[in-house]
Design a binder for this molecule. Structure first.
Ligand code: TXA
Ligand code: MG
Length: 355
């Protein structure tokens, strides 16, 4: 079959499970031959390569411009594959896999020597997950190899939640993209170190620490690390800036009324300077603020909806070439933790707390 392409990157359509067989087979054969294929997952699109093929994995880092010490998540079709990639797996890991896979939870476990250092960033641990997306699962089964995949964006830009986003960043740099429609969760998986049976949250994501704590019957603390600390970060991802749109983003946190007042003040200040100002707001707030460039993420109380729309909104601001973005902050309960983690990273040092 002749597939359309953009700058040589094949566009394989797999939106309908019954008509996607050819696309899945083509994507799988590219992976088996050591090529790079971006594919949909329920969180964001991943840029996949055979996790056990060091040369193929090196291609991921080159295509993304990713620092080589930042390890990749290895995607598997089912939990039983854990044992071929990890060892000394604690019972807690099986409990979590049983409850949350397929789904947006990544488990960090002690790695087996078969996993090359290119995949693990030279660490002795490996990050595993079973994605909850029909096209991803079909691809993993057909390829019959574990697939290492970071988010399929250029390093540092917002993660892609559609094949269009992938092509905007990586057309001409990868062999193919499997188009399975928009990603539903919209922020990346939760990364959890579970090596000694004690959960340590390395990155908040699609499964909340409340849910993990409930299943394990114990607290799920979040790893703490700051730039100026002498020890290395518990996850290399913590030391890299992430998720940033091109324009500086100001994040305003606090009580909704006070937040809205400060957002208006900032908008007026930047507009007076002649800046093109983008506002990133909840539906409730957007009803009260007028501006030319507004992205509505969803209902203030629905952190899942807000998170699902975040990256696409940041990419639209990039395309409109806004000079500055002012974002409303939200509560950190449930999915709010992952949402605010991404907003805070996008803001860098520009977080404003109001009373
Ligand atoms: O939802 C997701 O997780 C998506 C989809 C494609 O599965 N993938 C993703 O990958 O977000 P990436 O590479 O953008 O983020 C992986 C994170 C990084 O912060 C990395 O440092 C961390 O997981 N990580 C990977 N392996 C690790 C390990 N062995 N120990 C600690 N952290 C690890
Ligand atoms: Mg990423």
């Amino acid at each position: 079959m002749d597939w359309p392409n953009e700058l040589g990157t094949l566009i394989l359509t797999a939106r309908n499970p019954t008509e996607s067989g050819d696309a899945i087979r083509c994507a799988a054969s590219i992976l088996r031959a050591g090529g790079l294929v971006a594919f949909p997952t329920e969180t964001v699109y991943g840029l996949g390569a055979d996790a056990l093929n060091a040369k193929a994995v090196a291609g991921i880092f080159a295509a993304k411009g990713r620092p080589v010490d930042n390890p990749l998540i290895v995607h598997i079709a089912e939990a039983s594959q854990m044992e071929s990639l990890a060892q000394n797996i604690p019972p807690e890991a099986y409990l979590l896999a049983d409850k949350f896979w397929p789904g947006p939870l990544t488990l960090v476990l002690e790695s087996r020597p078969a996993v090359p250092p290119e995949t693990t960033g030279g660490l002795h641990s490996v990050a595993l997950r079973v994605p909850d997306h029909p096209a991803a699962l079909a691809l993993l089964k057909e390829a019959a190899v574990p697939v290492a995949a970071p988010s399929a964006n250029l390093s540092g830009t917002p993660s892609p939640t559609s094949a269009r986003h992938v092509l905007d960043d990586l057309a001409g740099r990868i062999d193919a993209v499997l188009d399975g429609g928009p990603s539903g969760v919209g922020v990346e998986s939760t990364v959890l170190d579970i090596r000694n049976g004690q959960p340590l949250l390395l990155r908040p994501g699609g499964v909340t620490p409340e849910e993990i704590a409930f299943i394990l019957g114990r607290e799920c603390p979040q790893a703490y690390w700051q730039e100026n600390m002498s020890e290395p970060p518990p996850s290399p991802g913590l030391k890299y800036g992430h998720y940033a749109p091109k324009a500086p983003l100001y994040l305003v946190r606090g009580q909704p009324g006070a937040v809205l007042d400060r957002v208006r003040e900032l908008r007026d200040y930047f507009q007076t300077r002649g800046d093109k100002v983008g506002l990133l707001l909840s539906r409730e707030s957007a009803g009260d603020i007028v501006s030319e460039y507004v992205e509505i993420l969803g209902d203030r109380k629905d952190a899942g909806e807000l998170a699902a729309n975040l990256y696409a909104a940041l990419r639209r601001f990039d395309q409109q070439n806004v000079d500055v973005i002012i974002a409303e902050g939200y509560g950190e309960e449930g999915m709010g933790l992952a949402l605010m983690n991404r907003l805070i990273k996008a803001a860098g040092s520009r977080v404003i707390d109001v009373e």
